[in-house]
Design a protein around this ligand. Structure first.
Ligand code: UFG
Length: 374
């Protein structure tokens, strides 16, 4: 036990160095004085050394989820996909085990966690359309927050404490500057972004209270396909994202592409986005698992290329790659759209050794291959 005087001296020193400090004796560190929350997190981390092998992937039959599952299987992870197939395709999970179920169903989750012993979770399952979220926020709070809580509670109840979360650049809203780094202020402009941010914050508090370690990956605009593995956007769904819609117009499946607004403060007046190949995103998840193995707490990373393309630039590039005419019409702005979102992903590059390996050409070419044959 330390005597009262020593405790008082340490308390004074801590007031001057609230991030903590080391006490050194004869040139050697003997102990550390740490903020209590940091101490708690480190203590809980002790049980976090088991090698990550078996992964639960929620939403693994969906677009980004299925590409990630493909890569996880190649890297020899054992994968169980939990998906309600509302927007996913069962063929897309390949050799992974598929459990069809909904995160709203707490009993199904409890059964799943009792049956399988997961080392970590990758949580994709969510509603993802900005426009729909503005019209129907209830759906977004239910699916992205309430159902996510069911997953976290099942993790806590069953001693699973590592999770990679699909977050989004939508958490930033209309950023003060581009490229956007992780310290930028988060003021979402739509319920989709609000619910993703809410879940990131829940992860932080679940980390402090229950020892959940998390990595939230803030995706910019996922695009591209993997036609050789039968993976891409689901043809049976109505496309809502720009690139598959432009390709549908190139194929004559739709009469034209609507350009939502040409009066933004950007070089050509149309919105600018950072389009990132879905395989580069999938790769970031594999690296996130390795990082989770040794990093405690709740951590956040942007995943983007750092390059922005406007809507008109995407249409031009698609005309060039497909050799097709693409009729277009300028329409009103779409509610909830920020003018420009471009990532600063230096933190991810530095800490994960990650870098994007596919360019815009490869994104459009792979999606064209997939879409013209499905
Ligand atoms: N757009 C059109 N016409 C269309 C479809 C889209 O002009 O028919 C425009 C949109 O207004 C926007 C851009 O193309 O400016 C990209 O729109 P998407 O719907 O493809 O993607 P979003 O930028 O709205 O959202 C996507 C993801 C979100 C993510 C966000 C982050 O859906 O999950 O990128 O940048 F948060």
């Amino acid at each position: 036990m330390l005597d009262d005087q020593t405790i008082s001296d340490l308390a004074k020193a801590f007031a001057a160095a609230p991030d903590g400090f080391l006490v050194v004796d004869s040139g050697h560190p003997t102990f550390a004085v740490l903020p209590y929350q940091v101490y708690q997190t480190l203590k809980k981390t002790k049980s976090n050394n088991k090698k990550i092998k078996k992964i639960l992937v929620t939403g693994g039959a969906g677009y980004i989820g299925s590409h990630t599952v493909n890569l996880l299987l190649k890297e020899d992870f054992e994968v169980v996909v939990f998906d309600n197939l509302s927007t996913g395709r069962k063929e897309a999970v390949g050799d992974a085990k598929l459990v069809v179920g909904d995160l709203a169903d707490k009993d199904a989750l409890e059964k799943l966690f009792k049956k399988e012993k997961f080392d970590a979770i990758i949580h994709f399952a969510a509603s993802i359309e900005v426009e729909e979220s503005v019209a129907n926020p209830a759906k977004y709070y239910q699916n992205n927050v309430a159902n996510g809580l069911n997953l976290l509670d099942a993790m806590v109840a069953n001693g699973v404490n590592r999770i990679v979360f699909s977050s989004s650049a939508a958490v930033y809203g209309e950023p003060e500057k581009n490229p956007i780094d992780e310290d930028s202020v988060c003021v979402p402009t739509n319920p989709y972004g609000e619910t993703k941010l809410a879940f990131e914050r829940i992860l932080k508090w679940y980390g402090l209270a229950y020892g959940i370690h998390s990595i939230s990956l803030r995706y910019f605009n996922a695009a591209g396909s993997m036609p050789e593995a039968g993976l891409g956007y689901d043809r049976s769904l109505k496309h809502t994202h720009l690139i598959p819609r432009v390709l549908d117009a190139a194929l004559g499946k739709t009469a034209e592409i609507n350009v939502f607004g040409k009066d933004y403060d950007t070089s050509d007046g149309t919105c600018v986005r950072d389009y990132i190949h879905v395989l580069d995103l999938a790769d970031a998840h594999i690296r996130a698992l390795a990082k989770l193995q040794k990093t405690p707490g709740a951590n956040v990373y942007n995943v983007g290329t750092g390059l922005g393309s406007s809507v008109l630039e995407i249409i031009d590039a698609t005309v060039e790659i497909t050799g097709r005419m693409i009729p277009m019409k300028i329409t009103d702005r779409r509610p909830g759209d920020p003018a420009k979102l471009v990532a600063n992903s230096k933190k991810l590059q530095k800490e994960f050794g990650w870098k994007p390996r596919h360019d815009l050409k490869s994104i459009i070419e792979s999606s064209w291959e997939w879409q013209k044959n499905t």
